[in-house]
Ligand binder design. Structure first.
Ligand code: NAP
Length: 250
């Protein structure tokens, strides 16, 4: 059980982010929840589940792709908690579309949230982590950034960007006691995951491609993230961990 540690999870109102936030609270973290909040009740429900664990929880609304909003959020989180030990950059979007004819606005929107958002949030908390000589940064990338699927070139590029900057940042901040790792989920049952699963044939095909012969649940991602956020992973940095039930074997 972790004690006196604070974690920030972005995109925490539903799906994988909600599961990670609740999972970290169950492991003893106090939680700063971020979301852009399209649906008010969702974040409230996550906060209630965390309160039930006895851990402290606060909500911070910000679009992770907006630098000013992220800087404001970082100041508010640090004012409220005094420190952030672990950041989980989870907020992400997927807008499917073939490369041929993909509007520039869609490319930019996906890169802005998935790649730039992770960069901005990380950058905003680095000074406080450096000052404390401690930090755990866990970026939720995707096997899509390694493997990819049709109609997701821009999504794949955004997740490859996250893995790229994570490997370099790990080298920059390693001497300061800060680790930076990525988790790459496979096909997980969430609102986003459903894009890949609506067609029963496609769903069957993904199941058949997966060694465990099943689609993942948000809770499947929690343990690996909690490990990388913990002191058990103090000597693990610059890595990407596939959490995909066995689709990508590298
Ligand atoms: P999801 O169910 O669509 O949830 C995404 C969350 O991110 C929502 O809470 C959403 O807020 C929030 N969000 C979106 N844009 C944001 C912004 N600009 N600022 C702050 N929050 C924002 O997706 P998910 O499946 O849980 O995915 C979570 C992460 O895992 C993403 O990075 C995704 O790329 C990655 N991933 C997912 C899968 C999968 O199969 N599901 C596979 C690989 C990787 P609202 O609720 O307000 O919209």
């Amino acid at each position: 059980m972790t004690k006196d540690k604070v974690a920030l999870v972005t995109g925490a109102s539903r799906g994988i982010g909600a599961a990670i936030a609740i999972g970290l609270a169950k492991r003893g973290y106090d939680l700063a929840l971020n979301d852009i909040l399209l649906v008010q009740d969702d974040l409230e429900n996550v906060a209630t589940s965390i309160q039930e664990t006895g851990q402290r929880v606060e909500r911070f609304l910000a679009d992770v792709s907006n630098k000013a909003a992220v800087e404001c959020m970082a100041a508010d989180v640090l004012n409220a908690f005094g420190q952030v030990d672990a950041i989980v950059n989870n907020a992400g979007i997927l807008i499917a579309g073939e490369m041929d004819g993909l509007p520039e606005t869609v490319w930019d929107a996906v890169m802005d949230v998935n790649a730039k958002g992770s960069f901005l949030v990380t950058q905003a908390f680095l000074p406080s982590m450096k000052a404390r000589k401690y930090g755990r940064i866990v970026n939720i990338a995707s096997i899509g950034g390694k493997h990819g699927a049709p109609e997701q070139a821009h999504y794949s590029a955004s997740k490859a960007a996250v893995m790229g900057f994570s490997r370099v940042l790990a080298q920059e901040v390693g001497p300061l006691g800060i680790t930076v790792n990525c988790v790459c989920p496979g096909i997980i049952f969430t609102d986003m995951g459903r894009v890949n699963l609506e067609d029963p044939q496609v769903r069957k095909a993904w199941q058949a491609k997966t060694a465990m012969a099943r689609i993942g649940e948000p809770d499947d991602v929690v343990g690996p993230v909690a490990f990388l956020a913990s002191d058990d992973a103090a000597f693990v940095t610059g890595q990407t961990l596939n959490v995909d039930g066995g689709i990508v074997f590298s």
